[in-house]
Design a protein. Structure first.
Length: 109
C-alpha cells in the first residue's frame, strides 16, 4: 500500500517540477560536480587514515598505501584523477552558464 503511495507522490512531483524548456545533458554538470566533490572527500579521508605528514616518512607512507593497503592504489588514483575531474566539471559547469547567459536572466518561478 505504501509503495503505491510513494509511486504516485513521485509521479506528481516529477510532473509539476519546474524546468526550463532548453533542458539538456549539460545541466547535469552541477550535480556531477557535487558527487565528485563527495568522492574526493571520502577518498581523502581514507588516504588520511594511513598518511603521516612528516618530511621523513611522506614517501614511504605513499608507497605503503599503494602496495600494502588493500585497494590502496585504487583509492589513491581515484583521488588523484578526481581532482582533475573536479576542475573539468567546474569549467564545463561555468561555461554552460556563460553559453546560456544564466547570469543575465531572471530565475524561473
Amino acid at each position: 500500500m505504501s509503495r503505491i503511495f510513494i509511486n504516485s507522490e513521485l509521479r506528481r512531483h516529477i510532473n509539476k517540477y519546474p524546468a526550463p524548456k532548453y533542458l539538456n545533458y549539460s545541466w547535469g554538470f552541477g550535480s556531477s560536480l557535487g558527487l565528485t566533490l563527495a568522492l574526493q572527500i571520502f577518498t581523502g579521508i581514507l588516504l588520511a587514515l594511513y598518511y603521516r605528514p612528516s618530511a621523513a616518512t611522506a614517501f614511504s607512507d605513499v608507497i605503503t598505501i599503494i602496495f600494502d593497503v588493500n585497494h590502496g592504489y585504487f583509492v589513491k588514483y581515484l583521488h588523484l584523477n578526481g581532482a582533475s575531474l573536479i576542475f573539468l566539471l567546474m569549467y564545463l559547469h561555468l561555461l554552460r552558464g556563460v553559453y546560456y547567459r544564466s547570469y543575465v536572466r531572471a530565475p524561473y518561478v
